[in-house]
Design a protein around this ligand. Structure first.
Ligand code: 4NP
Length: 160
């Protein structure tokens, strides 16, 4: 099972999701079965490591994002990944636009659809880039909850 997390820049939200999901997958002993990656819909930050604020928030919770580098999502990614998890509706539109067919488009989901207990704040992981440091804590918490739900979903789906 191959998962790709997608946001706009691939420097804040989706690398956080990649790091968190990889940690959960490792913890569950599923590293050989579930592959995790991330990408951005825009090219602004290609080749860059995650935003310092995203790295600091993740590091404080024991997740190291320092080795990740931004890349752009491309249509060919649909041939490789089983599920594409986007952070907001704008990412959803941009990614679905690149899908080669309806079956591929149906494999794109808002990450927070997998959140076990949905709060009042909707289905998006909002962009923290222009906000303060609290935004990064909120994003980390939303992503962690949703990734726990996603892991449960993937485990059910790939059970023998
Ligand atoms: P991300 O955050 O999509 O979570 O990586 C952003 C990063 C950069 C920009 C916007 C959002 N930007 O406009 O450069």
């Amino acid at each position: 099972m191959k998962l790709c997390f997608v946001c706009l820049g691939n420097i804040c939200r989706s690398p956080t999701a990649e790091g968190v999901m990889r940690a959960l997958v490792d913890e569950a002993g599923l590293a050989g079965r579930i592959e995790v990656d991330s990408a951005g819909t825009a090219a602004y930050h290609v080749g860059e490591p995650p935003d310092r604020r995203a790295q600091a928030t993740a590091a404080a919770r024991g997740v190291d994002l320092s080795g990740l580098r931004a890349r752009r999502f491309h249509a060919g990614d649909f041939a490789y990944f089983d599920l594409v998890l986007v952070m907001d509706r704008s990412n959803y539109v941009d990614v679905v636009d690149l899908a080669p067919d309806h079956a591929a488009a149906a494999r794109v989901h808002l990450l927070r659809e997998f959140e076990p207990e949905r709060g009042e704040d909707g289905l998006e992981v909002g962009d923290p880039y222009y906000g303060g440091p609290d935004g990064f804590d909120r994003v980390f918490d939303q992503i962690t909850e949703a990734c726990r739900g996603l892991l449960a979903h993937v485990q059910q789906r790939s059970a023998p």
